[in-house]
Design a binder for this molecule. Structure first.
Ligand SMILES: Nc1ncnc2c1ncn2[C@@H]1O[C@H](COP(=O)(O)OP(=O)(O)OP(=O)(O)O)[C@@H](O)[C@H]1O
Ligand SMILES: [Mg+2]
Length: 366
C-alpha cells in the first residue's frame, strides 16, 4: 500500500467516468448512475470499490464484474483493481392506493396458470430454492388452500402444526408456509369464496414472514384458475410480477392466455411465460422427444408481447423430487436440469429488479 501512495493514481472522477461506460443490460443505464458503485477507494494506483447489484441472482453478474474491472484497469496509473461484489434487493414500490404492502417483504412473485397440473407448484418450489442458493432471502407461500402440495414437495409433514398454529418453517434456505401444515392428512376443508379471501389475507399479512430479516422475494404458489384465490391475492398484496406456467399443448396455452388477461385486468405486471414439460430427453440414448409439441409457449408469449422465461424438460427426477420432498435444485444443484430452473430464477429476479428499479431515478455514489 505504501508503495502505491507514492505513485500518481487515477482521480475519482476518472474512475467514475470509466465505470459509467458500463451499462446494466436489463436496466439500460450505466452502473454509476444506478447507484451500484459504492465505497470507492483510490490509493496510488490501487483502486477498490463495491459493486452492489440489484439481486444476488443476477444473470450477468460475472460479465458485469469483468466489464467494470476492465474499464478501470485500462486507465492510466492504475495498477490493481479490487471489486467486491454484493447485492441489495430493493423493495417493489406499490402504486398509490394499491394493496397494502406485506410487512418485511420486498418483492412478491406469483406463480400462476389457468390450467391445473401444469407444474406451478414444482416450478414455485424449485425457483424458491434456486433464489435462496444465490443468497437471497426467500419465502414460499402455498396459496392453494384446497389442495396444498408444498408441504409434500418440501418434505414437511401435513398437519405437523395442527396443534400449535401455522407459522413459516425454514427448509432448504426457504421460509415455507402452507395451510397443509395445520390440516391433518386426508382432511379436506371446504372453503367458500369469502373464506378464501380471508384465508389468503391471513397467510399474507398475519404470518411473521420478516422474522429474522426482511424477505427479498416471497414466491406465491397459486391454485389453478382465475377464481377466488388468485383474485384475492392480487387484491391483498402488491404483486411485483406474475409468472405464467404452461405446457406446450394448445389447450393449455389458451388457458394461460386467460390467466394473462386476469392479471392484466388486475394491473399486475407479468414477468413472462415458462414452458414446462417442454420435451423429454431419453436418459438412455439422449434422444429428444417433444411429447406435447414444442415451442408453442414461446410463440404465444411473443404474440402476447410477454417475455419467454425458459423451457423445462419432462424429467422423472423433477417428479420424484416433488414426491420425495427434495426439489431437484436442492438435491443436485449442479445438474443440467437444476441449472435450467436456476437460469429461469435469475431471469425472474432480473425482471423484478427492472420492475422496481426503473421508476427510481435517484442514484448516488456513496
Ligand atoms: N418438468 C416436469 N417433469 C416431470 N414431472 C413434472 C414436471 N413438472 C411437474 N411434474 C409433475 O407433474 C405433477 C403436477 O405438477 P404440479 O403439482 O407442480 O402442478 P400444479 O400446476 O401445481 O398442479 P395444481 O394445478 O394441481 O396445483 C406432479 O406430479 C409433478 O411432480
Ligand atoms: Mg399446485
Amino acid at each position: 500500500m505504501k508503495q502505491g501512495e507514492d505513485k500518481q493514481g487515477p482521480s475519482e472522477e476518472a474512475v467514475l467516468a470509466a465505470l459509467s461506460t458500463v451499462k446494466d443490460p436489463e436496466l439500460h443505464r450505466d452502473i454509476v448512475s444506478l447507484g451500484m458503485i459504492r465505497d470507492l477507494r483510490i490509493c496510488g494506483g490501487n483502486v477498490a470499490f463495491k459493486f452492489v447489484l440489484t439481486t444476488p441472482a443476477c444473470p450477468v453478474r460475472n460479465e458485469l464484474q469483468r466489464l467494470a474491472e476492465e474499464a478501470v484497469r485500462t486507465l492510466p496509473g492504475v495498477e490493481s483493481v479490487n471489486v467486491e461484489m454484493g447485492a441489495e434487493v430493493r423493495a417493489h414500490s406499490a402504486r398509490g392506493g394499491g394493496p397494502r404492502p406485506v410487512e418485511g417483504v420486498r418483492n412478491i412473485i406469483a406463480i400462476a396458470s389457468n390450467k391445473g397440473g401444469v407444474g406451478k407448484s414444482t416450478v414455485a418450489a424449485n425457483l424458491a430454492v434456486a433464489l435462496a442458493k444465490h443468497g437471497a432471502r426467500v419465502g414460499l407461500l402455498d396459496a392453494d388452500l384446497t389442495g396444498p402440495n408444498i408441504p409434500t414437495m418440501f418434505g414437511l409433514g401435513q398437519g405437523h402444526q395442527a396443534e400449535v398454529g401455522l407459522s413459516p418453517v425454514e427448509r432448504y434456505g426457504v421460509k415455507v408456509a402452507s395451510i397443509g401444515f395445520v390440516l391433518k392428512p386426508g382432511l379436506a376443508v371446504i372453503w367458500r369464496g369469502p373464506m378464501i379471501g380471508s384465508g389468503v389475507r391471513q397467510l399474507l399479512h398475519e404470518l411473521p414472514w420478516a422474522e429474522g430479516g426482511e424477505l427479498d422475494y416471497l414466491i406465491i404458489d397459486l391454485p389453478p384458475g382465475t377464481s377466488d384465490a388468485p383474485m384475492s391475492m392480487a387484491q391483498e398484496a402488491p404483486i411485483a410480477g406474475a409468472v405464467i406456467v404452461t405446457t406446450p399443448q394448445s389447450v393449455s396455452l389458451e388457458d394461460a392466455t386467460k390467466a394473462v388477461t386476469m392479471f392484466e385486468k388486475m394491473n399486475v405486471p407479468i414477468f413472462g411465460v415458462i414452458e414446462n414439460m417442454s420435451y423429454f430427453l431419453c436418459p438412455h440414448c439422449g434422444e429428444r422427444t417433444e411429447i406435447f409439441g414444442h415451442g408453442g409457449a414461446r410463440e404465444a408469449a411473443e404474440e402476447l408481447g410477454l417475455d419467454f422465461l425458459g423451457e423445462i424438460p419432462l424429467d422423472a427426477q423433477v417428479r420424484s423430487g416433488g414426491d420425495d420432498g427434495v426439489p431437484i435444485v436442492e438435491r443436485d444443484p449442479d445438474s443440467p436440469l437444476a441449472q435450467v430452473f436456476t437460469a429461469i430464477a435469475e431471469r425472474i429476479a432480473a425482471r423484478a429488479s427492472v420492475q422496481r428499479f426503473l421508476p427510481d431515478r435517484q442514484a448516488a455514489v456513496r
